[in-house]
Design a protein around this ligand. Sequence first.
Ligand code: BT5
Length: 324
Amino acid sequence: MKKDILILLRRHAGEYLSGEDLSRQLGVSRTAVWKHIQSLRDAGYQIDSQPRRGHCLVAVPDKLYPQEISAGLTAGRIGQAIHYFEEVRSTNEEARRLAERGAEEGTLVLAESQTGGKGRLGRHWLSPAGKGVWLSLILRPPIQPAKAPHLTMVAAVAAARAVEEASGLKAGIKWPNDILVNGKKVCGILTELKAEAERVHYAVVGIGLNVNLSPADLPPELHATATSLAIETGHPVSRVLLTQGLLVHLEAFYTGYLAQGFGLIKEAWEKMNVTLGRPVQVTAPEGRFSGIALDIDADGALLVAGEGGIRAFYAGDVTLRAKG
Ligand code: BT5
C-alpha cells in the first residue's frame, strides 16, 4: 500500500493529491492513507500535506530503497526481487543464504552499509553507510564452472558503463575485477560460486561501487589506490540513478551473454579495458610473473608474454606498469 501511494504521488510530482482522491483510487480509508503517508515520512520521504489541497511529494530520501530502484526499471530478470538492508555483514553472504534457500536468478541484495564487506582471498572491503552501492546478484547460468570468470567480466562491463553514464568520467577495467577512474579503484567485483564439476548451482556476483565517499572516508592506506565518483567529479552522484543504470546494463549484458556467448562480452570488455598491451606484474597463486598483457582467452584468462613464453592466468592481482 505504501508503495502504491508512492507511485501515485510520484506520478503527480509537484501537484497535490487530496486524501479523498488517494483513498478512492486505492480503495482504503483516509485514515489508512494518513498512516501510510506518515510511515513514508518516517522512512525519509518529504511529503507536504495541506488541509484543503492534500499531499505532495517534495523530496525522496538518499536511500537505495527497493521501491526507488524499481521505479526506473522495466521488467527484466535482474532486480525482480530486491532484499534491502540498512546494515549487513556482507551482501554476498546474504545472497548465498538466499540462493541456498532457492532464490531465483536475478534476486538482488542491497545494503546501505556492510560491517564485513569482502574482497577476494578474505580481504576486507570498506563499505561506509550511504556512501556507496554495495550489492550482490544471484545468477544461475547454464555454464561450466571454468567459465565463471565470464560473469565477473559481464559485471565489469556493466559497472564501467554505468559509472561512465552516471558521472561523465572515463572508466577503465583492470583485469580481473577492478574498475578504475583516473588510475584509481572505484569499483571491485567478487564472484563466488557453488558448483559441482560440470554444473554451476548458483553464482553470487558482488559489486562494490564507491560513490559519495569523501577522502576522509578512505583510510590512509587506500588513499593512493582508491577513489570515489564524488572525489573525481567534485560533486555528489545519485546512488539510485547509478544503481538503476547498473541493473539495466547487467540485464542487457547478461542476457546477451546467454544468447550470444562470450564474444559479445569480450568485445565490450576490450573496448573499456586498461590492461591489454601494458607491461604488468601478475601476483597469482603460482607466483609472481612480469610481462606484457596480450589478450584474454575464451575462458576469460589473462595471457601474459614474459620470460619463458606466454602464460595464462585464471586468477591473480595485476599491477599495471608504466609503458616502455
Ligand atoms: C574486490 O576484491 O575488489 C572485490 C570487492 C567486492 C565488494 C562487494 S560489495 C558488495 C559485495 N558484498 C561483499 O561482501 N563484497 C562484494 P579485491 O580485488 O581483493 O580488493 C580488495 C582490496 O581493495 C582490499 O584489500 C583493499 O586494499 C582495497 N579496498 C578495500 N575497500 C575498498 C574500497 N571501498 N574501494 C577501493 N579499494 C578498496
